[in-house]
Every structure is written in C-alpha cells, then in structure tokens.
Design a protein around this ligand. Structure first.
Ligand code: AHR
Length: 593
C-alpha cells in the first residue's frame, strides 16, 4: 500500500473543485457583509436589490440568508438574483443538473421562480425550470435543469427570476452535475477518474493544516460535517476561504469506498496553527472522547451510538480502518505538549481499538508510535542527493509514512524537473519499502483560475470545465501502476550522474518492474542483467515519460504535452539493453522467473 493520496481543503480542492456543487457562496458565509459571487438581476422595467440578512435562515446551523427585494417586476420584466459559480459554471449538452434551495417568502410573494443556466456572453438559456415557491416559512425546494444540444462551456451563470414584486429569502442553493458513481452530494467525475488512475491504496484526510484550523474553534469538527447539509454550519479554512463542509466526514469515506482506498483518518489532537494548544490531562479529554467517537462513526456497527448515526446518514455498513494519525505537523507546537498529548490519545485509542496502528506526526519519547509521518517539500536537487534517505533508518523503530512530499518546482503544477525529482525520490522510497509503508504527494489538487491557489506546485490542475495531470502526476501513475509486492536486490554499476533505480516484482504474475530515472541531460545506455532469473520473456514492455527540457510541463491549455509513451525492448537471454533518453522516467516490465 505504498502509494496513496493526501487531501485537504486547499487551492479550492473541494469548494469549486472535487465536491461537485456548482454554486459559489451557497450559504452566504464567504463575506460577512456582502453576498459575494451573487448579484441582482434587473432588466429594463424591473427593480430589485439583494443583501445578506443576518436575522433569518433555514436552520440553527445556517442562521443567515440572502434577502431578495423585488420592487418592480412583471412577467415581461423579470427580476431576481444570479450566481457566478466558481470561475464560471460548466454546462455540457444533453446533461441533467439537479439542484435544491431553501426559500421563504414575505407577506407579498414573488410568485413562481424561473431557474435557468444562462451563457455569460450570448445570454442564451442552456436550461430552465419553474419552481413554485410559497409561504412565509422556510422550505426546501428541488429542481432539475436539462440541457439540449448546447455547446460545452464554463461561461455560464445560474439565475433565479420572478415576475412579481415582493420579498424572497434564499439559502443553501445547490446545483450538481452528474457525479462519480451518481452519488448524491458527490464528486466531480474527471477528477475522480484521474485519481483512480493513480491506483491509490489509501486516502489521508482531512489534513494537513485543514485538520488543525488557525484556531481551536476553527478546526475540522467532524460532528458539524455530517448529516443533512442544512445542519452543517461550515467553517473558515486556514487557507483563507469558507468551507461549507459539503465535503464532510462521510463524503471523505464515500470517496475512499468509490476509489477502493483505505481511509487514513487524522484526528484533531489539540494544536492549531496559530499556536493555541490544549494541555495534556483533563483539558484534553473532550478531544480524545471526540476522536474515539469519530473512530466509532467510521468503524462501529449500526448497533453502536455513532455507528447508528452513520447508518442514519445513509451508510449502515462500517468502514474498515487500520491507521489513525494523531494531529498534523506537531513539530510546530513549540510548547512541547505533543509528547503528552500523543501519549494520552495513544493510550485511549489503543485501549478501545488495540488493532489500530497509530501515527505520530513528529518523534515522541513517551510512547513508541507504530508509524511516524515525515514530510518533505524540496527542490529536485535535494531529492536527487537524498534518495538513500531511509537506507540506514533503524528497522526496529516505528514504520515510516511519508504523508506529504513533493518537488516544488513549477506553478501551479510541477514541471518536468520536478517530476524527475519526484521519481528519483520514489525509487528511494520503493527500495526502502520494508520500512516506508505509505507515501502521499501533497497537495493533490489545484484550481488554476486566478486567485484560487494558495500553494504552488500541486499534482492535478483543473478549472470549472476540465482538468489535467502534471508530469509529476504521470510519474506517480506509472510508479503506482507498476508496484510489485517483493523488493528485488539490485545494484547499479557505472552509469552517469543522476541515474536512479528501483526493482520490484509481483509474486503472483512474476512480472518484474524496473524503474529507471535518467535526470541527466545525456542518454544513458544500460545493460540490464537479470542474474537471478531462470527464464526471462523475450519482450519487455517499456513505458517512458520524457521531456525535451526540464522546464517543460503540462498546462490547462496544453494538458497532454508530456504523457507516458509505450514501446517494447527485446531481451536476449537474461540481458536487456536500452538507452534511456535524457530527462526520462521509465518503467520496464519484464516477465521473469
Ligand atoms: O500541503 C500543504 C500544507 O503543508 C499542509 O496543509 C501542511 O500539513 C503542510 O505544512
């Protein structure tokens, strides 16, 4: 299970990204005073205004709403409100979009609402529906928008109009395109497919900094992220934008299930990014209870308290869980409280769930963690010179989880030099995978629209309409697709500088996967001598990712400039000869016994 995914709400990974809802600022928390990303719709002969109303909302969790006041309108001069989406709204032909909203009317009702998807430039309506709202109490309404033979485009907005003066309050406005596996409240299909191609074994969630929050009261409070959307208050994320928590604990677990990944659950451990911490002892106990309940929500039968809540939320079957991480990057906690906090979490979790493997985020003395989470954000040169990092690590200490790592060269997504640094580093992790048991690149996703990114160099880029894999993404796909379950003893003799390798073998199929990274500017001719093999198939499959210069890259407009290319190499007995191109990452699949 070496290769997995690390995820958190950063770079609009979920809001305006993987979480498929197309409506931006759907609960009006993005700005305390203004309904940003919304605007009034007033044609000639109509008058209307919008404002945030802090006195009414559809639930305790969502106490504020949008007030639409229509002063003048009739059927031919309609007025209303529109949402711009996350840098546009993607509309495709012959597609059904499903939406909902909460609304309540004033004493004078605005009448039926028309909901439409409208092209920003042409003003043409891509799809439209009528919703009959009524009454002065909050109610939920649903609608469907079906497009016909429209052009695929992200230059669209969502419009609600009425033909009668009056007042209408709106909240929790959603609009979902078809989602992966058709799951309601689900995920964007293209991004899920890209992740599926990485064959990830696990998902580390919910962070990262996003787990901790800037302050204790801005942490990822899992109990506020489950159940009906109307009961989720949302919270500010440390990456400076509001999270509706539509992507809540159960949605993370659904994501795991859909991509056949093990959940690797990080629990909040009493430290937040601006330095607030909870002292070990009685003050920490509520956080420990919360973590135990979270584990029960994930793993408990429907006959347990929190397992029953999960069943109520639509997932009676427990999820299987093996790894729990206590906190995130607790080396930042200069109070020195992590040792004590870790011990208290460790004892309580091990007592109730002895089978769980517990991950510490920095070395501790109080207990022996099962696993330590190491993070590496580096330049390619640093990875090139450190591929033996774990060669001499004690085999009797904790196992290693490289929970965040990346070569940070290129923005918004890595360039080919970064892919070379990543691939070199992966050969080192593979050669040490008796102790390095899991690794996950970070960050995983970035919305490449202006202003969406908080962290440069992210694996997969996307906008409202489309997505692309960086060269580093394809390096990961190649490595994860070709991962045996045995390490083969191998050595490299001669060869130029910046040549890196690892060899694994699949014990079932007998296929050996040789990974060769040539990070130099010169071709490297290698004689591969499979000394231990009794028989070698005559044809080996070669998959190569290469670039003309290390700065080459993929972008949203040139998404497939660098992609893996397949060919073959002929073996002669137990020998294979091949010249590995400059700036190339190669996997050679050899059927060998
Ligand atoms: O991956 C981006 C951030 O880097 C993570 O949130 C944090 O854990 C690390 O510092």
């Amino acid at each position: 299970m070496l290769y997995g995914l690390m995820t958190e709400e950063i770079n609009h990974s979920y809001e305006g990204g993987l979480y498929a809802d197309l409506v931006r600022n759907r609960t009006f928390h993005s700005d305390p005073d203004k309904p940003v990303h919304w605007s009034a719709v007033v044609g000639s002969g109509a008058r209307a205004s919008i404002a945030i109303d802090k006195s009414t909302g559809p639930s305790e969790a969502l106490p504020i709403s949008l007030k639409l006041t229509i002063e003048q309108a009739d059927d031919s001069h309609r007025a209303g409100v529109q949402n711009e989406g996350f840098w546009g709204i993607a509309v495709r032909p012959n597609t059904t979009y499903k939406g909902s909203f909460y609304a309540k009317g004033g004493s004078e009702q605005v009448g039926p609402l028309t909901v439409s998807l409208i092209n920003d430039y042409t003003g043409e309506t891509a799809a439209s529906a009528t919703v009959q709202t009524s009454g002065t109490e909050w109610k939920q309404y649903t609608y469907e928008l079906k497009t016909g033979a429209v052009e695929t485009s992200s230059a669209n907005h969502l419009v609600f109009t009425a033909g009668h003066p009056g007042t209408l309050w709106l909240d929790l406005v959603t609009l979902f395109p078809p989602t992966y596996d058709n799951r309601p409240n689900g995920d964007r299909i293209d991004l899920m497919q890209k992740m599926a191609a990485m064959h990830p074994a696990f998902l580390r969630f919910p962070g990262g900094n996003y787990l901790e929050g800037d302050y204790i009261n801005e942490r990822f409070e899992w109990k506020k992220t489950i159940g009906p959307l109307v009961d989720r208050p949302g919270h500010p994320s440390p990456w400076r934008y509001w999270s509706t928590d539509g992507m809540g604990l159960l949605e993370f677990l659904d994501w795991c299930e859909e991509l056949h990944m093990q959940p690797l659950l990080a629990v909040y451990a009493g430290y937040s990014l601006r330095g607030e911490h909870v002292e070990p002892g009685p003050a920490l106990q509520p956080y420990i209870d919360d973590a135990l309940e979270e584990i029960e929500y994930v793993t408990g039968g429907a006959d347990t308290k929190w397992g029953a809540v999960r069943a109520r939320d639509g997932h009676p079957k427990p999820f299987s869980l093996s790894y729990v991480e206590i906190g995130n990057e607790d080396w930042f906690d200069k109070s020195g409280s992590y040792d004590g906090r870790f011990a208290q979490f460790y004892d309580a979790i091990k007592q109730k769930y002895p089978q769980l493997q517990l991950i510490a985020t920095t070395p501790v003395k109080s207990r022996k963690p099962d696993v330590i989470d190491d993070h590496f954000y580096r330049r390619a040169d640093q990875f090139f010179s450190d591929t033996h990092h774990y060669d001499n690590t004690s085999r009797s200490g904790p196992k290693i989880f490289v929970g965040e790592w990346a070569t940070r060269e290129g923005s918004p997504t890595p360039n080919f030099n970064a892919a070379l640094g990543d691939a070199a580093w992966m050969t080192g992790m593979e050669r040490n995978s008796d102790i390095v048991i899991m690794a996950s690149y970070a960050p995983l996703l970035v919305n490449v629209d202006p202003g969406a990114m908080q962290w440069q160099t992210d694996l997969i880029g996307f906008n409202a309409l489309t997505s692309y894999g960086s060269p580093s993404y394809y390096a990961q796909v190649m490595f994860a697709q070709h991962l045996g379950d045995e390490l083969i003893a191998a050595k490299l003799e001669g060869g130029g500088p910046r040549l890196f390798y690892s060899v694994t073998r699949n014990s079932q199929s007998g296929v050996m996967d040789l990974k060769i990274v040539n990070a130099s500017a010169t071709p490297q001719s290698l004689d591969i001598d499979l000394q231990g093999a009794s028989s070698v198939g005559s044809t080996a499959k070669l998959t190569t990712l290469s670039a003309t210069t290390p700065r080459d890259t993929n972008t949203i407009t040139e998404p497939t400039k660098i992609v893996p290319v397949e060919s073959t190499i002929q073996a002669s007995g137990t020998h294979l000869n091949h010249t590995f191109a400059p700036y190339s990452i190669s996997v050679v699949e050899v059927p060998a016994k």
